[in-house]
Design a protein around this ligand. Sequence first.
Ligand code: SF4
Length: 79
Amino acid sequence: MARVDLAWRHKGACNGLDPTVFFPDSEEDSAEAKAICAECPVRVTCLEHALMSRERDGIWGGTTEKERRRILRHRGKSA
Ligand code: SF4
């Protein structure tokens, strides 16, 4: 089984922050997490990880689950 390198997580702007911020009750409550992600040095890596592993919950790479589904749909069409 391939080893997944998650070392980038330690460089994330969310490292050490309250994880509940990144798992808001609704899409509308995601602004705080998105603002943190916007300043994150590993945002692209985080987003790709979430897309590849089909993360269903939470804010990853500045996106909500709904937004990630949209990206995957778009990529599927353009592939
Ligand atoms: S992009 Fe957001 S969720 Fe991902 S590591 Fe950075 S701060 Fe954390």
